[in-house]
Write a protein of this length. Structure first.
Length: 286
């Protein structure tokens, strides 16, 4: 009880939207890092489209783009960081998330913390910081009562940016591409998760694995799904994301798939994944 009063007092002190807090109570957001140190496996596509679908279901969602390449930022239709500000300024210059977030133009209930090219330097700049692995977690603790879900789109590496995401997160969502060597490198990710659990974030879990770019015309895709299921068992989502040209086109229009082509199979798949994902959390909070 004292814990909740403390959080509430803290939020009042920080000038948060009291009405919103009263409505929502002090339920904390589920924070999910979308991670896999392989590039091109569908992290960003999943971050943008899952965030959009879950927001469209009526949940308050925050999407944080912690990849210097900024593909989530442009994929959701933002030019770049607001006034040049973004997650870099939160990590390095001590700005709050509220100061840098931007509302997604085309999706209600979705806020975005943009990336910027400056973020490429953050990996090195963070090294000399005190509690350098906890910087993002600290920033998120001020706003997590305002959202139902926070998604963090990680870069394709296991450096300090990803470590910050995994330290801040409750869960990890791992996209795996249906291709040869799909499992290659995953032991490294699992090992990193183990170390972070031991040292930085004891409650971190792999929430789920989503198979991406599934091609129904090939046996290979089916074989890869089988292989991954042997390894991750029931943590693999029933929903599989098909290879779909529209999913590849949508980012160049700055639109999530549900706005670009709401009826295509890619949009259907991400809507199904959103339902399965939210269902895993029982649609409620602890
Ligand atoms: N299901 C899909 N069908 C077709 N193209 C896809 C699909 N998922 C991702 N892509 C495309 O594949 C490329 C890599 O995906 P991306 O989400 O950027 O991966 P990551 O963030 O892991 O590097 C992008 O050009 C993206 O548009
Ligand atoms: Mg990406």
């Amino acid at each position: 009880m004292r814990f909740y009063i403390g959080i509430f007092a803290n939020m009042l002190y920080n000038g948060y939207n009291i009405e919103l807090i009263q409505k929502r109570g002090v339920q904390m957001a589920k924070i999910i890092a979308i991670a896999n140190q392989k590039g091109g496996v569908g992290k960003t596509t999943t971050a943008v489209n899952l965030s959009a679908c879950i927001a469209e279901m009526g949940n308050k969602v925050l999407l944080i783009d912690i990849d210097p390449q900024g593909n989530s930022t442009s994929g959701i239709g933002l030019e770049g960081a607001k006034e040049g500000r973004g997650i870099y300024d939160v990590l390095i210059n001590g700005l709050t998330i509220e100061e840098v977030l931007v509302k997604a133009k085309t999706v209600e209930n979705l806020d975005v913390v943009p990336s910027s090219i400056a973020l490429a330097g953050a990996e090195i700049e963070l090294v000399s910081f005190m509690a350098r692995e906890h910087v993002l977690k600290g920033a998120l603790s001020q706003i997590e009562a305002l959202y139902d879900y926070v998604f963090i789109d990680c870069p394709p590496s296991l450096g300090l940016l990803t470590v910050n995401a995994l330290t801040a997160a409750n869960n990890i969502l791992v996209p795996i591409q249906c291709e040869y060597f799909a499992l290659e490198g995953l032991s490294q990710l699992i090992n990193t998760v183990k170390i972070i659990k031991q040292r930085l974030n004891p409650s971190l879990e792999v929430e789920g694995v989503v198979m991406t770019m599934f091609d129904a015309r090939t046996n290979l895709s089916l074989q890869v799904v089988d292989e991954v299921k042997k390894f991750f068992k029931e943590r693999v989502y029933t929903t599989v994301i098909p290879r779909n040209v529209r999913l590849g086109e949508a980012p160049s229009f700055g639109l999530p798939i549900t706005k670009y082509d709401p009826k295509c199979i890619g949009a259907e798949a991400y809507r199904d994944l959103a339902i399965e994902f939210v269902g895993d959390f029982g649609g409620s909070y602890e």
